[in-house]
Design a protein around this ligand. Sequence first.
Ligand code: ADP
Length: 258
Amino acid sequence: MNTTPYYHPIGREIHVFEHAYAKKIPLLLKGPTGTGKSRFVEFMAHKLQKNLITISCHEETSSTDLIGRYIIKGAETIWLDGPLTTALKSGAILYLDELAEARPDVVVVIHSLTDHRRELYIDKLGSTLKAHKDFMLVASYNPGYQRGFKEIKPSTKQRFVAIAFDFPSPTIEIQILINESNIEQAIAKKLVQIGNKIRNLTELGLTESVSTRLLVDAAKLIQSGLPKRLAVQVAVIEPLSDDREIVSAMRDLADLMI
Ligand code: ADP
């Protein structure tokens, strides 16, 4: 089997996942982008030795994309299972990344799967599919980013057990940077300090703050030989804002620190 994805636990999430999996209770991972939600699911699927099927939801994602559709092949019309149907039949872990982005009919589908019956009615086939005993549903969403426009309804949220993800403590984040990029400890420490400094500058009004992902990218660029300040600028600062004043404020601050 291929190597275990690297994942550094932040709290008791591995424990929670294992028990939720044992009881097949759907799991919701909530938190800002780049805080390790997807990596965690990859890690858990590997640990539990289950196949993982990931769907990155966007505003066009519909229940048809998940369930399947008829396609025309030569003179024939054949049914093609979608990823959800495949996961249900094979007992895989299905990860719906950014669930709040998907169209409302996706949520309807989820409702039928998250109660005790664990079954899916496929109207195009006129049949009901029972989930394989190993099937589990995991979804993620980003409450900060979604605020105000795309929310997951409380009635949907209540069908899940939820784990909150946030930026790791400096000690853990330094460890993640070193593991992901092979960078020296002193540089990892500096990057995490810069990250935390910007995270604390709430007056910048950033929609999304510095994620671990951005710090990992900066570390990788430095490890590859890019000058440190430039790496921080392109990997951490520019992706966060298009406002030149805010960018320049963050840049001055980072330049002072590295
Ligand atoms: P999300 O799904 O929350 O947007 P990801 O799982 O894609 O975030 O994480 C982005 C990157 O950050 C990963 O590729 C990895 O390099 C790093 N990362 C973040 N948190 C962790 C963690 N706890 N353990 C290992 N890597 C992490």
